[in-house]
Design a binder for this molecule. Structure first.
Ligand code: SF4
Ligand code: SF4
Length: 451
């Protein structure tokens, strides 16, 4: 049948377009430095189950967590129905999974209840964003027109998709009742609403059923291809990002191998600095642009939900400094897309063009200074509060530290106070401006036994 053939073509095009976009995003992430992360698979799986599937970190704020949980579970379960819709669309069947009997009934009933709860949750989210204006969701130079529009587009789309599903189910129930047939499945919400539908016009009901069905599935295909342009891409990226997240204690910093060798040689003249194997480039000092960050740090940027939980707990931010860890992550994503490929059908992620940026950047085409200023970087206290707060295990601090390293080691552009400290460490082995031999002068008149 022609409509089945058209449906097949649309499905192939929608899935193909999505894969094309994913490949572009993959190439962007691969702009980053190589980093091997393949240790402790069982601990990583455990983290994946708790943080990504179980949404463990969301429960620090119970109400948003419950609402988010409803939308998340609804999204996962309702998409099981997608299998049936696609099969019906391609082969011209109707409710092909109906043969599952009670299992199908339970599935449809759960779907309907979740769809109803998703509508309620999305309405509450819209109110929080647009009427009560929760500060962390609206404030900050990074929260430009696109970020606000994106969230609203997603919430309204989810509501419309659920309404289309109900329209399809209600019309289907009414048609089955008119023709005295039993419809496979159980539909608690639609059964309740169907009584309000007084029409017995079969062709009108068939039109509603058909429009509801097509609207629902085309909406899902559109949603799928919109995702890579949206912060909602985190519903996919959260899983790999949590799996590959840092297992070491949060306060443990990475070191640069060549500097470690240099210091060892400085402290022990007999230490032999190992030579690098042929063809292996020495590790760069810090990060100036996205290719100096690791692929994991770039994966972080595609996982950000723009929820602002990190900025909300950042001591630098709430004491009025320029730093916002969310902005650092969003800047990294924007720069990646500027440098690499535009993964989306359109490129709305660039927010800078939409107004006067509060943060005065330069015209340099690099992440550092072109997007993120030294002033923001030096405001960081390295407290790790942002890392702790992030629901999808993004490590904002590691990117900040890499850019600070570049400023210090490549440009000697640390703040003056720090330069004095560095000189002291180099000359005296301590941050203070005293010779090591004077360190115990303070104990001279205290009758302390010094061995
Ligand atoms: S580590 Fe830095 S960016 Fe993160 S919360 Fe602390 S001060 Fe803010
Ligand atoms: S980095 Fe994490 S906490 Fe911060 S806005 Fe993005 S998802 Fe939210």
């Amino acid at each position: 049948m022609l409509s089945n053939f058209i449906f097949l073509i649309i499905t192939v095009l929608a899935v193909g377009l999505f894969i094309w976009q994913i490949k572009k995003i993959r190439r962007n992430i691969k702009l980053g430095r190589e980093k091997k992360i393949n240790n402790n698979a069982s601990e990583r799986l455990n983290k994946l189950l708790l943080v990504a599937f179980g949404q463990q970190k969301m429960f620090k704020r119970p109400w948003p967590a419950i609402l988010h949980g409803v939308v998340y579970v609804g999204f996962v379960v309702i998409n099981i129905e997608l299998l049936e819709i696609i099969t019906d669309g391609i082969f011209g069947t109707h409710r092909v999974l109906g043969f599952l009997g009670p299992v199908y009934s339970a599935l449809m009933a759960i779907n309907e209840i979740l769809a109803f709860l998703v509508i309620i949750a999305c309405v509450i989210f819209l109110i929080r964003r647009n009427i009560t204006k929760v500060p962390r969701l609206t404030r900050g130079p990074e929260m430009r027109a696109w970020s606000k529009l994106d969230a609203n587009v997603i919430l309204i789309t989810e509501i419309v998709l659920m309404l289309a599903l109900f329209a399809f189910n209600i019309a289907d129930l009414k048609l089955a009742a008119i023709s005295n047939e039993e419809l496979a499945g159980s539909f608690p919400i639609s059964n309740w609403l169907v009584n309000g539908l007084n029409t017995f016009n079969v062709s009108a009901l068939e039109a509603v059923r058909s429009v509801g069905w097509w609207f629902h599935i085309l909406g899902i295909f559109a949603f799928l291809n919109y995702l890579p342009s949206s912060k909602h891409f985190h519903i996919i990226m959260a899983f790999p990002n949590v799996y590959y997240s840092k297992l070491e204690p949060k306060g443990k910093f990475t070191t640069n191998e060549s500097i470690t060798h240099e210091i060892k040689a400085m402290l022990d003249p007999s230490y032999l600095v190992p030579t690098l194997p042929e063809g292996v480039e020495p590790q760069k000092f810090g990060a100036k642009d996205v290719e100096d960050l690791t692929w994991k740090q770039l994966l972080d940027a595609y996982t950000c939900t723009e929820c602002g939980r990190c900025t909300d707990v950042c001591p630098a931010n709430f004491t009025g400094k320029l730093l916002s860890p969310r902005k650092i992550i969003m800047d990294t994503r924007d720069r990646m897309e500027e440098k690499g490929e535009h993964p989306a059908i359109f490129r709305p992620n660039h927010y800078k063009e939409q107004g006067e940026p509060r943060v005065k950047v330069t015209e340099e085409k690099t992440l550092l200074r072109g997007y993120v200023t030294p002033e923001e970087l030096w405001a960081c206290t390295t407290c790790n509060a942002c890392v702790e707060a992030c629901p999808v295990n993004i490590d904002q601090l590691s990117s900040i530290m890499e850019m600070r390293r570049f400023l210090v080691l490549e440009e000697s552009a640390a703040p003056t106070a720090l330069n004095a400290m560095f000189t002291n460490i180099e000359n005296n082995g301590a941050p203070w401006a005293f010779s090591p031999s004077d360190r115990l002068n303070w104990a001279d008149n205290l009758f302390v036994n010094v061995k």
